[in-house]
Design a protein around this ligand. Structure first.
Ligand code: C2E
Ligand code: CA
Ligand code: CA
Length: 726
């Protein structure tokens, strides 16, 4: 900038038509360290000035052609000349000439004859003054810019006459035109403060004025454009040199954005972004006081952990945007059914119940003042029904199920965190019991859920030391009871916990990579058992083995199977592999290739858990499978005349169209069996016929070849169903 405080190297333009005087002046100034450029007349001066900027001009007033006033005026009109100091050299010291010079924009005068000793001091002083002015201007601009950026205005109220002065930025804070602040009064300002805060602000100002009290306040204002904003104001008294208060000065800052950001952060920290429900952390906070109150009143609460079954498949098949839409729909249903449930509950208070989202596909519901377990169970069943209503997605109907775990307060745990843990475990148990159901927490579960790592090393041991057991669950022809095959289902015979169902350790095996040695063991055992049956002369039925994703795509699978068949002397038809739709959907091309490889070798292929609505028909055409297994959740209330019946019926029809065998799993009642039979699905599996059983029991059953006692009533019911369908 031009206002450096050092004289050395500062550039002066010296304009005088008197060559002698110009010469002496130039020499003197150069001697003092300035860089001096000379001009003999006004025209030359303007040319020089336009060519390069100068830090100061010395300008003779009386010159031929253009005089000094004219030159000065023209310099001032140039952008780079607006603030440059111009010293007029003049022998005319009448007031008219001085007035003329100021009008032309002169900064100061040096009288002729020139005092050569003082000349360079005068020049230096002028340069210094100019620099100070320049700096002041800069800092004012900086201050204005800073205020602008901070959305802040400053103001002052003089004590003597209560005159109000403020920076232009204050106008911006109030959404007023910049010129509106001229002549504005303190009262104008106060009038814009929101009614609720106005008196507080007025009193604070009054105290600042008359008792010298500083203050800080946040309050609402209404801007001239009608917008409501939040401002922060800080004010303090101003004292003169003698220590008397003369004014109050303050800043007023628009902090609306910050306040909103804080609110947003609060919301982000406490609420789930997608559903707007409280998140896990916030839920714990909310639940605390509710539980305390319940403890004081001696009532019970129930915590329900609602875990959507196989939700990952929805995201895989439809994408996350659609998955989110589904979660939103589910959120609404849960909230709606809690509201209606609570009203139906004895002593229940709808307002205290909380629904929270505690995981990607999991919700938590806290029910207050629950009378007993069966009330909690009733609510759980209502929630399950609410979830199960079809959801329209891209022109198709999606049917979802959930597994609900229930923990009771204070019975199962003493705080929100402990309750949540119990409910989660119970939900896990509900899943492993076949999903689409609720399950209560009991102490036994607690043991199972002990440290994951400990369980992992336990499982590793179990596989290595022969603690796994394979059970067989018959697949039958429901019309005759004839055994058509069996599904091999693994169990863990735990030394302390007894027979552990696969739902409690398969996920762990899949996460930890232990699924590969586990599958090796299952395949080995299934093949050995098959060979033993053949050697015992038992009827030959295929055994279905569940393949987890990792095993299904594993590079060594084909070689392993070849070796197994060769070693046990078995045909590939001795085995059927069950894979789930979602497993195939993660990499369709690879899955199709693998299915072909297995099919070419002669293995049977079954699409497990079918009907959950994820795979599209175009994919089904590409999957070279032999069999579809209708998911248990669609068999459950197949006879209630609702949509599940229709769904099961259409899966059966679909299978027929594709030339596939359809197996219904989870058949528990004669009505279900009859319905399925009536719709052309004789291949069934479920507790109605037989539970999974140890190998010896299954082999014994194979001797007779049929499952006992079911055939006759089924046929009769079959006729009823056929009649009512007609
Ligand atoms: P899944 O393949 O869907 O197996 C059917 C499950 O339903 C079995 O549970 C079976 O006991 C149960 N079930 C059968 N009939 C009925 C019925 O009428 N009512 C009810 N409520 N349930 C019935 P399980 O044995 O607990 O197996 C659970 C899951 O564990 C299996 O589901 C399967 O995904 C997995 N699994 C079991 N064994 C293996 C295995 O050897 N390897 C792999 N990778 N997974 C396995
Ligand atoms: Ca299966
Ligand atoms: Ca299944």
């Amino acid at each position: 900038m031009s206002g450096s405080l050092h004289t050395t190297g500062q550039r002066l333009l010296l304009v005088d038509d008197d060559a002698l005087l110009r010469g002496i002046a130039a020499k003197t100034l150069r001697h003092a360290g300035f860089e001096v450029t000379e001009a003999a007349d006004g025209e030359a001066a303007l040319v020089q000035f336009e060519a390069a900027p100068f830090d100061l001009l010395l300008l003779d007033v009386v010159m031929p052609e253009l005089d000094g006033y004219e030159v000065c005026a023209r310099i001032r009109a140039l952008p780079q000349g607006a603030r440059v100091p111009v010293l007029m050299l003049t022998g005319l010291n009448d007031s008219a000439s001085i007035e003329l010079a100021y009008q032309a924009g002169a900064t100061d005068f040096i009288a002729k004859p020139i005092n050569w000793t003082l000349l360079s001091h005068r020049v230096r002083y002028s340069l210094r003054a100019a620099a100070a002015v320049e700096q002041a201007l800069h800092s004012r601009e900086r201050l204005e810019r800073a205020q602008h950026i901070a959305n802040m205005g400053s103001w002052q109220i003089a004590l003597a006459d209560e005159a109000f002065a403020c920076s232009p930025e204050l106008a911006r804070v109030f959404g007023a035109a910049a010129d509106a602040v001229h002549g504005a009064t303190s009262a104008d300002f106060l009038a814009r403060v929101g009614e609720v805060d106005r008196e507080t602000v007025r009193q604070a100002r009054h105290a600042a004025m008359h008792q010298g009290q500083a203050y800080q306040l946040s309050f609402a204002i209404t801007r001239d454009d009608g917008a409501l904003r939040t401002v922060f104001e800080q004010a303090s008294p101003v004292f003169d040199a003698a220590g008397r208060q003369v004014a109050v000065e303050g800043i007023t800052q628009d902090i609306t954005d910050r306040v909103e950001a804080e609110q947003r952060i609060r919301v982000l920290a406490h609420y789930d972004r997608l559903t707007g429900l409280p998140n896990r952390q916030f839920f714990d906070e909310l639940a605390g006081p509710t539980l305390d109150r319940s403890r004081r009143l001696g009532t019970a609460c129930a915590l329900l952990h609602v875990d959507m079954d196989r939700f990952k498949n929805v995201n895989d098949a439809y994408g996350h945007a659609e998955g989110d839409a589904v979660l939103l729909a589910l959120t609404e249903r849960l909230q709606a059914s809690i509201r209606s449930c609570d009203l139906a509950m004895v002593g229940g208070t709808a307002n205290d119940s909380v629904v929270a989202r505690v995981g990607a596909n999991a919700f938590t519901v806290l029910l207050v003042d629950v009378g007993n377990d069966s009330q909690a169970a009733t609510v759980a069943e209502r929630l399950l029904n609410a979830v199960a209503a079809p959801i329209a997605l891209r022109g198709r109907e999606l049917v979802l199920t959930a597994s609900i775990g229930i923990a009771m307060y204070p019975r199962d745990a003493g705080d929100a965190k402990g309750l949540a843990r119990c409910a989660e475990q119970a939900a896990y148990a509900a899943k492993s019991a076949g999903r689409a159901r609720h399950s209560f927490f009991d102490e036994a579960m607690n043991l199972l859920a002990s440290d994951r790592l400990a369980r992992e090393s336990d499982l590793r041991h179990a596989i290595a030391e022969g603690h796994l057991r394979l059970q067989y669950q018959p697949k039958v022809d429901a019309s005759s009871g004839v055994i058509l095959g069996a599904e091999a289902l693994v169990r863990w015979l735990h030394p302390e916990r007894g027979l552990v169902p696969p739902g409690l350790f398969i996920p762990l095996a899949e996460e930890s990579g232990l699924i590969l040695p586990l599958t090796d063991w299952v395949l080995e055992t299934a093949c050995a058992d098959q060979r033993a049956r053949r050697d015992a002369g038992l009827r030959n039925v295929p055994i279905s083995v569940n393949l987890s994703a990792a095993s299904f795509v594993h590079d060594g699978l084909l070689a392993q199977l070849d070796e197994l068949l060769a070693r046990h002397g078995l045909e590939a038809t001795a085995l059927i592999f069950e894979v789930t739709e979602s497993q195939l959907m993660t990499n369709v091309d690879r899955a199709v290739e693998r299915l072909h490889e297995l099919r070419e070798r002669g293995f049977g292929l079954s699409l497990d858990d079918f009907g959950t609505g994820y795979s599209s028909l175009s994919y089904l055409k590409r999957f070279p499978v032999h069999e579809l297994k209708i998911d248990r959740s669609f068999v459950v209330d197949v006879c209630s005349g609702g949509r599940d019946g229709a769904l099961a019926a259409s899966i059966i029809a679909l299978g027929r169209e594709f030339g596939l065998r359809v197996v219904a799993e989870g058949v528990e009642t004669a009505e279900q069996a009859a319905f399925l039979l009536g719709h052309g699905c004789p291949h069934q599996q479920g507790y109605l016929f037989a539970r999974p059983m140890p190998v010896a029991e299954f082999d014994a059953l194979l001797v007779g070849g049929v499952v006992a006692g079911r055939t006759r009533p089924l046929v009769a019911l079959d006729l009823c169903a056929a009649r009512s369908a007609a």
